[in-house]
Write a protein that binds this ligand. Structure first.
Ligand SMILES: Cc1cc2nc3c(=O)[nH]c(=O)nc-3n(C[C@H](O)[C@H](O)[C@H](O)COP(=O)(O)OP(=O)(O)OC[C@H]3O[C@@H](n4cnc5c(N)ncnc54)[C@H](O)[C@@H]3O)c2cc1C
Length: 388
């Protein structure tokens, strides 16, 4: 039966004009401003304050914040492009931007009252780094078993507890802190609070000494009878579990973006190196075994990118994306492990030392299978979706 010619859909990889310009601007910044700092930031386990300020100037810290609040008024997909482009050069810088956009700004846009948006979004777009504090020593995968408590006292809540593993904690001035305001109600007591750095009883504790993404700060947060005004509740009291579930579903796509960025970075280094390095009288790129390994890595990257872009585009289109987000993070983080490991192998002994860039990317990728839900948690989500 003849079919009417309809619109031909292009590749998921195809970017619109504005997406391409945005991505190119971020890539140019990453090469010019981030690349020269990568090694030092890794050694110092610190990101220079100036660099963070420049990220605000670049317009990547408030990607979805409306223009009326000083943001870039773009889409979630643009956040993904920014995280991918920065992570190609340094996944720690990619992560700072990722948490800011896909978790913090995202949660405020979705759950914040007009008053909360008016108070916090202009600062998040122009100067304030945000952090997202759910995990604790005793609750990681089982996030809703969190032990931090929020007691209502007059017009305030008093928060007591400790958060662990909090990304951006050193740079942040605003923290979304999850605490239980009604433990008898179980997870239905969990509430999201906007904790500002200067609040009495709040402090940033020990900084972790990590395997990878060392320039990204990961710290403990201490809440010692920290008074938080009721006006700083994000969303409704007892609805924090929804804030957490929904933002993390989207955050996972951002981690997928971080992973495809660093995978691309590792593959670029490997392709360049195998053309230069000579053994047995010719470039190692001439050996078919090496060519096939690189071909497999290119397929891994392409598949991971399609999964990430698909999940992000579904999210922007208002379509369900829970399973796709879990799939993209699972696959992209495993692909990153395979490709960075290959890059180290192809560099030979030079892959094992810090003078060359691939050992760092190999270290940086590992966390992709751990944070924002371990690979087992993603598999659980996917299995539930296909079996229900
Ligand atoms: C560098 C870094 C940055 C982070 N940033 C943040 C942040 O900004 N904010 C934040 O809130 N948290 C953050 N985290 C915490 C992170 O989200 C948790 O580490 C993660 O959710 C895993 O929790 P866990 O470490 O307690 O591991 P656990 O939950 O103890 O898991 C240990 C192992 O058991 C497996 N496992 C657990 N339960 C099950 C199950 N039911 N079925 C099968 N397997 C299971 C896991 O897959 C894993 O392999 C960060 C962590 C790191 C390392």
């Amino acid at each position: 039966m003849p079919h009417e010619a309809t619109e031909v859909l292009s590749s998921l990889n195809e970017l619109s004009e504005d997406e391409r310009l945005f991505r190119n601007a971020v890539l140019e910044f990453a090469e010019r401003r981030v690349r020269p700092l990568v090694r030092q930031m890794d050694e110092d386990a610190k990101m220079p304050h100036d660099l963070v300020e420049e990220l605000f100037g670049l317009g990547v810290m408030g990607v979805e914040i409306p223009e009326s609040f000083g943001g870039s008024a773009a889409r979630f997909f643009h956040s993904v492009l920014a995280v991918e482009a920065l992570s190609r050069v340094d996944p720690s810088v990619g992560l700072l931007v990722d948490v800011q956009n896909t978790l913090v700004v995202n949660a405020l846009i979705k759950w914040g009252s007009d008053e909360v948006k008016r108070r916090f979004l202009p600062a998040l777009a122009s100067r304030t780094v945000g952090a997202y504090a759910l995990s604790e020593a005793g609750s990681g995968s089982d996030a809703f078993a969190l032990a931090t408590r929020a007691a209502a006292v007059g017009d305030d809540f008093v928060l007591t507890g400790r958060k662990l593993w909090i990304t951006n904690a050193n740079e942040a001035d605003l923290f979304i802190v999850f605490a239980n305001a009604n433990p008898e109600a179980g997870y239905r007591g969990i509430t999201a609070f906007l904790v500002e750095r200067g609040f009495a009883g709040f402090s940033v504790g020990k900084k972790e000494d990590k395997l990878g993404i060392r320039a990204s700060s990961t710290c403990e947060l201490l809440l010692d009878e920290c008074r938080v005004p009721r006006a700083n509740v994000l969303g409704e009291v007892g609805k924090g579990y929804k804030v957490a579930i929904e933002t993390l579903n989207e955050g996972r796509i951002g981690i997928g973006a971080q992973m495809i960025g660093l995978t691309r970075g590792a593959l670029d280094h490997a392709v360049h190196y195998v053309r230069e390095r000579k053994q047995f009288g010719k470039p190692i790129a001439d050996f078919q075994a090496v060519q096939f390994q690189l071909a497999r890595a290119a397929v891994d990257l392409e598949a991971a990118r399609l999964l990430v872009y698909n999940a992000a585009r579904l999210r922007d289109a208002g379509q369900p994306f829970l399973k796709e987000a879990a799939m993209c993070k699972l696959f992209a983080s495993e692909a990153a492990e395979r490709v960075t490991s290959l890059a180290v192998n192809l560099f030979g002994g030079y892959g094992f030392v810090k003078d060359y860039p691939v050992e760092k990317l190999f270290r940086d990728q590992k966390v992709g299978q751990i944070y924002e839900g371990t690979s087992n948690m993603q598999l659980g989500t996917i299995a539930k979706a296909i079996l229900s």
